[in-house]
Unconditional design. Structure first.
Length: 81
């Protein structure tokens, strides 16, 4: 399980780097738009996992669910324009 967490952490750092330092490429290239959709799906499915696996009961769980939903929305919005 720890290996999976390390790999997931690495992927989140890659997503962050690409998003912060290559915004023009993300918005103007086909590969960038594909990555935007993939990142949006990643956060959307993470939100679903939060709901169905961990259940949304406490404030912290609600906060995580909203954060993951916002992550998905923030990545999908640029693909609409």
């Amino acid at each position: 399980m720890q290996i999976l967490n390390l790999c997931l952490t690495f992927m989140i750092f890659v997503m962050s780097y690409v998003s912060l330092f290559l915004p023009r490429e993300m918005l103007t290239t086909h590969l960038g738009k594909t990555l935007l959709v993939a990142f949006a799906l990643f956060w959307f499915f993470r939100m679903l996992e939060q709901i169905f696996v961990f259940e949304v009961r406490g404030r912290l769980s609600v906060a995580f669910t909203l954060i993951f939903l916002l992550g998905s929305i923030f990545y999908v919005i640029p693909t609409l324009y």
